[in-house]
Each structure stands twice: as C-alpha cells, then as structure tokens.
Design a protein around this ligand. Structure first.
Ligand code: COA
Length: 321
C-alpha cells in the first residue's frame, strides 16, 4: 500500500515582532484583554519583501533541507493561502520558480484557515494513486495586509508566517509512517461568519477581514470535536492512541477545549498561538516545524491535526511520523 510520509517540515516567521503592548498604543485594547480571551501575547508582521511566495519558499526550502531532498525531486507544490502575491498566477508557481524548479505542477488552495489540511488531503490523494511520488504542501499567509487595523475585534488575532511539509511516497501497512486519513468538510451557509470583503475588480470594497467571533467560536468547538472523532473512528483508534494534538492556532481556549476532549495532558498539545497568533493556513505546519525541530514529535508518534476557517471549512488529518 502506498503511504504519504512526512519526511521534512520547515517554517518561516517574519523578522518583525509586534507585542500586544505595542498594539495597545494605537488601539483601544490591552495585553490583559487579548491574552485572557485568546492566549496571544505577540505576532510576527511581514515587511514589504516578506510576501506569501517569499515566506513559502523559505519554509519549503527548510522542509527540503530537513528531508535531505533536492528541489528537483519535487513533483507537485500545493500552497494554501488567502493572501496570495497576485490573483494569478498561483503563489505556488512563484515558489516553484524560486526553488529553481521547472517540472511538475503547482497550484494554490483557497480554504482559509483549513487550507493546510485541505492541501495535505489533496497531496495524500495524488500520492496514493501513484500519480506523483513527492509533494510540498505549504501554508503561507500575510493577513496583516487584509486586516482592518482600526477593528480591535479582529486585528489583534492574526499574524503572518509560513510553514511547509515534504511528503514522499513510501510502502507500508496501517502501522507504517504516513498519513492514515484526512477528513474535509465545508458549509457555505456560514460564509457570512468569516470572510474578506473584497475581490479583484471591486475597488469599492476594502478587502478587509470581517468576523463574527463568538459565532465562529461556537462552530469551532463542536465541528472540530466532530472531525477529531471521525478521524479516530475511521482508523479504529481511540483518544488514548494520540501522542500529539497539533491544532490550528486560532485561540487558546479552543485549543484547550480540544485537548481536554481528547483527554490529552497540556504538554501533549502543541501551542504556538501565544507567539504566532493566528497565521491561518500556516499555523499547523509552523507548529509541526517547531515540535519536530525541538524533538517533541518523534518517529512512530501519532499526530492529530484539526482546523476550522472561513467558509466555513473544517477538517482533520491523522498522521504517523
Ligand atoms: N480589546 C479590548 N476589548 C475588545 C477587543 C480588544 N481587542 N475586541 C473586542 N473587545 C470588546 C468588544 O467590543 C466587546 O465589548 P462590549 O461588550 O462593550 O461590546 C467585548 O470585548 C466582548 O466582545 P466579544 O466579541 O463578545 O468577545 P468574545 O468573548 O467573543 O471574544 C474573540 C472575542 C474574537 C476573542 C472570540 O470570539 C474568539 O476567539 N472567536 C473565535 C475567533 C476565531 O478563532 N476565528 C478564527 C477561526 S479560523
């Protein structure tokens, strides 16, 4: 059986760090309010040169280096972003060119904060059919460019960054390393809860993120719990089998409620939201890069990922490292 194995992970965070205190100098907010409601203490904010393609390329290069694979060996680049460099071409092809590649295929995925899980599911499907052998899945986001910096209800929540994984086809049974399963969902009836008001050719609309935070919160807690359960059930596994929860990093309270639901001690839940804030499609691969890089996630560990975002879209992935 073909299995899609994660053989490298990498991340990139913009040089500039902005603390809650710094935001509170120009906005009616405070470190106390932001930290208590979200767990966020700071975020990285991109400079002009730190575009989605620039950051995605850095993260991809780090993932390739960790795997010891040359860029020339990559068959597909799938890049999840809501903040592409241009409406087209896809940011993925800019990454492809920056990596010095002129072979294979490359495209972007639009699923907001669920984008990385969506991208992982697509790459897994391509690998399992034998269509490709190696894929980069990247999440790269510059939300600082789509935030209304006068809206304290949203602008304090997000940050910029990129993360990437390298997937390689390997053989093995259900116990072997690789993606066990992925589970994707969408319900456009909730599109009005979280969206960016604007599009190419609509200059009258500002292109800013709009969110009904408390309603998104409610959906997140129930829908994420459901997709975590379906991932475990699909593989005949239980909460006790999970070594690490690597959740989308939107809000510490949502993360804690998922950890609690799984009965996982806090030290088995990877948390970056305090330092990165919500980096949307980049948050899971950034968290993976951190926890693989510092040796917490090791070969043989079972890792559960979950995310929910604008759409609404949501989903999960269960991966044996
Ligand atoms: N600083 C200080 N006060 C703030 C504030 C800020 N940054 N943002 C909002 N407030 C105020 C509001 O104006 C409101 O004041 P009022 O009662 O006088 O009107 C009060 O705080 C409560 O606002 P509310 O939006 O009800 O707070 P909340 O408890 O729902 O927390 C979120 C807001 C955004 C932190 C929370 O809803 C949340 O995390 N939602 C999920 C968002 C999410 O994860 N989205 C991404 C999914 S991918």
């Amino acid at each position: 059986m073909i299995r899609a194995r994660i053989t490298g992970v990498g991340g990139y965070l913009p040089r500039r760090v902005v603390t809650n205190d710094e935001l509170s100098r120009s906005l009616d907010t405070s470190d106390e309010w932001i930290a208590a409601r979200t767990g966020i203490r700071q975020r990285h904010i991109a400079d002009k040169d730190e575009t989605a393609a620039f950051m995605g390329t850095r993260a991809a290069a780090a993932a390739l280096a960790q795997a010891g694979v040359a860029a020339a060996g990559v068959d597909a680049i799938i890049l999840a972003t809501a903040t592409p460099d241009d409406a087209f071409p896809a940011t993925a092809v800019r990454v492809q060119a920056a990596l010095g590649l002129a072979t294979g295929f490359a495209f972007d995925v639009s699923a907001a904060c669920s984008g990385f899980v969506y991208g992982l599911a697509m790459a897994d499907a391509f690998l399992r059919t034998g269509m490709i052998r190696t894929a980069l899945v990247i999440g790269s986001e510059v939300y600082s460019r789509i935030l209304d910096w006068t809206d304290r209800g949203t602008c304090v929540l997000f940050g910029d960054g990129a993360g990437a994984v390298l997937l390689q086809a390997g053989d093995g049974d259900a116990g072997a390393p690789g993606i066990l399963s992925t589970h994707l969902h969408a319900n456009g009836a909730h599109a009005g809860l979280l969206y960016v008001d604007g599009a190419v050719g609509q200059p009258e609309r500002p292109g800013h993120l709009v969110m009904k935070g408390s309603e998104v919160f409610r959906h997140a807690v129930t829908k994420l719990a459901g997709t975590v359960d379906e991932a475990l059930a699909a593989n005949g596994l239980s909460h006790a089998d999970v070594d690490w929860l690597v959740p989308h990093q939107a809000n510490r309270r949502i993360i804690d409620s998922m950890g609690k639901k799984l009965g996982l001690p806090a030290e088995r839940v990877v948390v970056t939201v305090d330092r990165h804030a919500n980096t949307s499609a980049a948050s899971i691969p950034l968290a993976l890069a951190e926890a693989v890089g510092d040796g917490r996630i090791q070969a043989g560990h079972l890792v559960l990922m979950e995310a929910l975002g604008g759409g609404l879209t949501w989903g999960s992935a269960l991966v044996r490292f």
